[in-house]
Design a protein. Structure first.
Length: 93
């Protein structure tokens, strides 16, 4: 496995801030395509994935961080998610 026995892969949950309500269809479809392109990695590889909220960007749009672990490493990435939240978002823990 590329992640080894204790590695994880961390990346933004979405390709950017969430689209505004009322975003035109073609623009929204492009955003969804980019979103699924990144988030499908875990599902296709049958790896566990968890997303944690990091906060918001201009306009109050939410942003998050995803953690993908090795197959069978569900508890490991949950531990990593808690550790990241304790450092980055102590208000959530």
């Amino acid at each position: 496995s590329i992640l080894g026995s204790d590695g994880c892969f961390v990346f933004p949950t979405a390709p950017g801030a969430a689209p505004f309500l009322g975003t035109p269809g073609p623009e929204l479809n492009d955003w969804r395509r980019r979103l699924l392109g990144g988030n499908a990695i875990a599902g296709l590889a049958q790896c566990p994935q968890v997303s944690i909220p990091l906060g918001s960007v201009s306009g109050g749009l939410p942003v998050g961080l995803s953690i993908v672990g090795r197959v069978g490493g569900d508890l490991d990435i949950l531990d990593e998610a808690v550790a990241l939240c304790e450092r980055l978002r102590p208000d959530l823990v």
